[in-house]
Design a protein around this ligand. Structure first.
Ligand SMILES: *Cc1c(COP(=O)(O)O)cnc(C)c1O
Length: 370
């Protein structure tokens, strides 16, 4: 048999059609391009407070031990999580960021001929992990920029194995009611798993709160994913976790790499989990920043999608790309979200007071000029 010289022809079909994830522009890349310093990045929903003291101390303590492999089972971190959330350690799967957990679910439960479902304007990693294993993506139109649970129920078929739902949703910040969500999950057929992606759960101030962990005992097809990248300020270390039935955790554990969390990540996450002051300060700065940004948008007569997360999508009522580029030239990195089906919106991560004001000033200047 003759193969062409093109390595692309050897690639499996799902991967051939993949479009790589587009991340927020790194600060040092813009520095190189523009020769600017003092750039602010409000593009990747990172914690604006910097590393917490407890996490930093734990990292410093662990540095001399780096010749050893990390604990591949993450015993200490799982114990701390189990205690905090009143679950059994065998219900916890650790991931190299919660992104890895999404991928593990896809690898374990999807294949060509099966379907994964998610909403329009959903997190970009869901289509990527689905495509990569050759499964079909069923994209359900959004309702008011958020997940339309009724429309999703109606589209579930015998082939649907995984429904991905982010709550709050990224990039729109919309929040589902806990009651609606619980009803949706408990009504899912047995052959269909729900990955409830709660990367922003800690930021939710809605009085109803988030109580999805209580649903685990009665919903063996529920997988909750959370992360240390956002409220806990450890995006650079890559730690996420899934809470599920022990059976699902056992499956995910089989497909993961043996040492998927590095040693610094494990100790820093455990320390961060115990740093209640840092978490509370993070939430306070976020609430304050949300008000500041929305006040600023109001002054500029812009509309925005009310957000339960640590970011806000603002509607510029015109193509956002030129505004994004003009902001870059002023040293501000935000996130265009045309690839999420929102070409007129920019997503702004909520920063510190100084960052928010700097951004608003740059935005006002930009809108006057482009
Ligand atoms: C940021 C984010 C994650 C978390 O990514 P990590 O891999 O844990 O850094 C997961 N889901 C959504 C919707 C996110 O926005």
């Amino acid at each position: 048999m003759n193969y062409s010289d093109n390595v692309f022809d050897l690639v499996v079909p799902g991967v051939q059609q993949l479009v790589p994830y587009v991340a927020g522009k790194p600060i040092n890349e813009l520095e190189r391009e523009l020769g600017l310093t003092g750039i602010i990045k409000l593009a990747s929903n990172e914690n604006p407070l910097g590393l917490g003291k407890k996490a930093l101390a734990a990292i410093q303590d662990a540095l001399p031990k780096l010749t050893l492999y990390p604990d591949g089972n993450g015993f200490d971190l799982k114990s701390a999580l189990a205690k905090k959330y009143a679950v059994n350690p065998d219900q916890i799967t650790l991931g190299n960021g919660s992104n890895e957990l999404l991928e593990l679910v896809a690898r374990a439960f999807l294949r060509p001929g099966l379907e994964a479902m998610f909403s329009e304007h959903a997190f970009a990693v869901y289509p990527i992990v689905t495509q990569a294993v050759g499964a079909a993506a069923v994209v359900v139109p959004a309702l008011n920029y958020g997940n339309n649970l009724e429309a999703m129920v109606a589209r579930i078929s015998d082939l649907t194995r995984v429904v991905f739902i982010a709550n709050p949703n990224n990039p729109t910040g919309t929040l589902l009611s806990q009651a609606d969500l619980e009803l949706f999950i408990s009504a899912l057929p047995k052959h269909c798993l729900c990955v409830l992606d709660e990367a922003y759960a800690e930021f939710v101030v809605d009085k109803e709160g988030i109580n999805s962990i209580d649903w685990l005992p009665t919903n063996p097809n529920l997988i909750i994913t959370r992360t240390f990248s956002k409220a806990y300020g450890l995006a650079g270390l890559r730690v996420g976790y899934a809470l599920s039935s022990p059976e699902i955790s056992d499956i995910l554990n089989r497909v993961r790499q043996p040492f998927n969390n590095n040693m610094l990540a494990l100790v820093a996450a455990e320390a961060a989990l115990s740093d209640e002051d840092y978490l509370q300060q993070t939430i306070a700065v976020n609430n304050q920043g949300n008000m500041e940004l929305t006040e600023g948008f109001k002054t500029l007569q812009l509309e925005w999608i009310p957000s339960a997360g640590n970011f806000i999508a603002v509607d510029l009522k015109r193509p956002a790309q030129p505004v994004y580029e003009a902001l870059l030239r002023l040293g501000v990195i935000v996130r265009p979200i045309a690839n999420y089906g929102l070409p007129n919106h920019l997503r702004i991560s909520i920063g510190t007071h100084v960052e928010n004001q700097f951004f608003l000033k740059a935005l006002a200047e930009t809108l006057g000029n482009v």
